[in-house]
Design a protein around this ligand. Structure first.
Ligand code: SF4
Ligand code: FES
Length: 367
C-alpha cells in the first residue's frame, strides 16, 4: 500500500479546541479536548518539522480558535523556517493589530475568516457570542490593511441561506479574494443539530443558482468555492481527497487523523505524535491504511468507474448514518443505504429544532 502513496499535501494543525464561539455546526468532535491535554509548543514544533520533512507543503492553523494559543506566532515562525506555507483559519474575534503584526512578521501568508451570517443579530445568535460579528468585520479590515490575502468562509444552512446574496456582497465589501460557500456537512455538532440546520431542497436550488450567477458576474474579482450539502447530492464528494491521500490532521492532544471527524469512528487506535513519527503514521499505520485506495471497498463502489474519483465518499458520514464506516457513503444514490438520507431530508420540512451549542462537556442529544 505505501508504495502507491505519495506524501500528504497539507497538515491541519488543530492547536486547541478552546474557542469563544459556540457554533452549532462546529466540525470538532462532541468530546472536546481540554487545555490541559493540548500538545505544548515544543510538541507542535516537532510536528511542523516532521511534516515538512515528510513533504507537506501547507499548514492550516486551526482549532477551535488558534488565536487562543499564545505561542501561535512562534509556531507560524517555525513553520515558515521549515518551508511550510501558513494559513490561519480563525473566527477573528480575538484578532487585534498587535497580534496580527506579530503573525505577519512571523511569516503568516493567508487568513481564512469565518462569518456566521451577513445580518449581525443572526450572526451573533448562530455564533453563540454577543458582538462577534462586529469584531469579525474589524478583523477582516485589519487583515486587508496588512496586505494578506483573505478568504471568507460562509457556512450556510437553513437559518442563513436566504441571506446568501448579502454574504456575497459582504465578501466583496471586505476585499476578500475568495469566498467559500460551504453548506454544513453533518457529523459531530452539526449532526446533533441537523434538524435545525438542514435546508429544504427549494432553498438549496435557489442558492445553487445564485452561486452560479455570482461566479459569472464576479469572474476575475472574487473566486467562489461552493460545497453542496451531501444530503442532496447524487454522488458523494471525495472527502479529504480520499482517506489518507492528501491530508494529515493533528488534534490538540496530538492524535493523528485522516480527517477532523475520524475520532468518532470506533474500532480505531489512532496513533499519536507523542509516540510515533508522522512518517510512520502516514505510511505504515493501520489507521491511515484501513480505507486507503480501493481494496477495502464494498459493492457498488468496488466495480464503479468513480471509485478513484470520489474514493467511496466520506467514511465518517457512512458511520454516522449506517453505524459502519466501511459501507458506501449514503450520499451516493447507488448506495444500499441511500434511504437513510431520504428520511433525514424529511427533517427539513419540519420546524427547525433549537440549537445545541458547542461547549466542553455538553451532552448533544438533539438528533
Ligand atoms: Fe462513488 Fe461508490 Fe457511489 Fe461509485 S458507488 S459513485 S465509487 S460512492
Ligand atoms: Fe472523515 Fe469524511 S469527515 S472521512
Amino acid at each position: 500500500m505505501s508504495a502507491e502513496i505519495g506524501p500528504p499535501l497539507a497538515l491541519l494543525a488543530e492547536l486547541t479546541h478552546r474557542c469563544p464561539l459556540r457554533c452549532p455546526y462546529c466540525s470538532n468532535p462532541l468530546a472536546l479536548e481540554r487545555a490541559s491535554a493540548e500538545l505544548d509548543e515544543a510538541g507542535w514544533r516537532r510536528v511542523l518539522s516532521e511534516a515538512a520533512a515528510l513533504g507537506v507543503l501547507q499548514v492550516h492553523f486551526s482549532g477551535g480558535e488558534p488565536l487562543v494559543r499564545r505561542d501561535l506566532a512562534a509556531l507560524v515562525r517555525h513553520a515558515a523556517v521549515a518551508g511550510l506555507y501558513s494559513n490561519l483559519i480563525t473566527s477573528g474575534v480575538l484578532l487585534d493589530r498587535a497580534r496580527l503584526d506579530e503573525l505577519v512578521e512571523a511569516g503568516l501568508e493567508h487568513v481564512q475568516l469565518s462569518f456566521q451570517d451577513a445580518e449581525p443579530a443572526s450572526a451573533d445568535r448562530i455564533a453563540g457570542l454577543a458582538d462577534a460579528h462586529r469584531r469579525k468585520l474589524a478583523a477582516a479590515a485589519l487583515v486587508r490593511e496588512a496586505g494578506l490575502p483573505l478568504t471568507v468562509n460562509a457556512v450556510m444552512h437553513r437559518q442563513n441561506l436566504e441571506r446568501l446574496p448579502e454574504m456575497i456582497a459582504l465578501a466583496l465589501a471586505l476585499g476578500a479574494k475568495r469566498l467559500e460557500v460551504a453548506h454544513v456537512q453533518y457529523y459531530g455538532w452539526a449532526l446533533a443539530n441537523r434538524r435545525a440546520l438542514l435546508p429544504t431542497v427549494e432553498q438549496l436550488e435557489r442558492a445553487s443558482a445564485l452561486v452560479e450567477d455570482a461566479r459569472v458576474r464576479l469572474k476575475g474579482v472574487l473566486v467562489i468555492d461552493y460545497v453542496v450539502p451531501d444530503y442532496y447530492a447524487r454522488r458523494p464528494k471525495a472527502c479529504m481527497g480520499g482517506w489518507g491521500r492528501q491530508f494529515l490532521n493533528v488534534s490538540p492532544a496530538g492524535t493523528v487523523l485522516p480527517c477532523h471527524a475520524a475520532e468518532s469512528l470506533p474500532g480505531f487506535d489512532f496513533p499519536s505524535v507523542r509516540s510515533a513519527s508522522l512518517a510512520d503514521i502516514w505510511y505504515r499505520s493501520d489507521a491511515f491504511n484501513r480505507y486507503r485506495g480501493t481494496s477495502w471497498m464494498p459493492d457498488p463502489c468496488r466495480s464503479c468507474d468513480r471509485r478513484e474519483i470520489d474514493w467511496g465518499g466520506c467514511r465518517c458520514q457512512a458511520f454516522a448514518l449506517t453505524g459502519d464506516a466501511g459501507r458506501t457513503d449514503p450520499a451516493c444514490a447507488l448506495a444500499p443505504d441511500r434511504g437513510l438520507l431520504d428520511a433525514a431530508r424529511q427533517d427539513a420540512a419540519a420546524p427547525p429544532g433549537e440549537f445545541v451549542y458547542r461547549q466542553i462537556g455538553a451532552v448533544a442529544e438533539a438528533r
